[in-house]
Design a protein around this ligand. Sequence first.
Ligand code: ADP
Length: 362
Amino acid sequence: MTPPGPPPPDGPDPDPEDLVVPVALPGDSDVEASLRPRSLGEFVGQQKVREQLDLVLTGAKLRGTPPDHVLLAGPPGLGKTSLSMIIAAELGAALRLTSGPALERAGDLAAILSNLVEGDVLFIDEIHRIARPAEEMLYLAMEDFRIDVMVGKGPGATSIPLDIAPFTLVGATTRSGQLTGPLRDRFGFTAHMEFYSADELTTVIRRSATILGVDLRADGATEIARRSRGTPRIANRLLRRVRDYAQVRANGAITRQVARDALAVYDVDELGLDRLDRSVLTALCRSFGGGPVGLTTLAIAVGEEPTTVEEVCEPFLVRVGMLARTQRGRVATPAAWEHLGLAQLREDSIAAEATLFDGLAP
Ligand code: ADP
């Protein structure tokens, strides 16, 4: 029986099973999971990354050793988790899945690392959010397959070195700039994931439609692809929403017109901007005269977390040339004013400013 008394200040030792999410691969009933590509061959687009990764994996397989640690960097929904599963599958290895925010204490990570079996792939999502003590433990683990476990507390604490099984770390980050130098340096290969072209997204959507048994016409596929913000996760999500619409309000077939009508219901516009994208741009133009304005102020104006605005909205708005990140803050480009139908407002405010300066001239 456990003696009564207060729990130790750090809490009980974590059960590694609470921190690591087991991943069911084939036969997964979850729709999102069923749409995941399962091999590099099924993985659409990202040709450069696929080629580089293929070399890394094939080389390691030839040598019979675990490959170098891999860092996958890019905005959400571009396939980082899918790629980590593919890496494990291609190596015939087990995949252990966790995330930076789950690793609050070094002990959390020690519990996972000491349970790894040789050759395992450990996936840490959002690795830039890992707590400092866990990150420091990771340095030694990545480099020497060793960890130092602290035993005891205070001045009597000692560290005991512990060997761990050679493994491959796959880290994913939406903010590679936030990774510390020492952590970044320990990855042997970094894949920079790019937004997908409309053609690539069309391929993703057609593949998903086949898996889901949806009657998708060619013009319907291109219409959804065009509005998917360069992101496969969004493409699949829009496909499912359009499928609902097609089944409920049309005859089940997804044509261009059905896709357009459905996406209008879900507030996805011609360019794929959703409600949050448009509120960010609208606030920027209407409330802050087009900027520059700081990220936090802008996020408060639209009632969102700064990280959501920064990591989810902005990469795409920057990519389509509607928003610029400058040292002084965020700025709406002329294309943003145009897209929101506010071009006249912009001209009026520029004219008003010019008049003001004229009035001030000696
Ligand atoms: P991330 O980890 O970068 O947020 P995910 O790997 O979870 O992205 O991908 C989200 C979804 O998008 C997956 O379920 C998968 O269906 C789809 N997907 C992502 N990349 C691809 C791709 N290259 N080819 C086909 N489908 C993809």
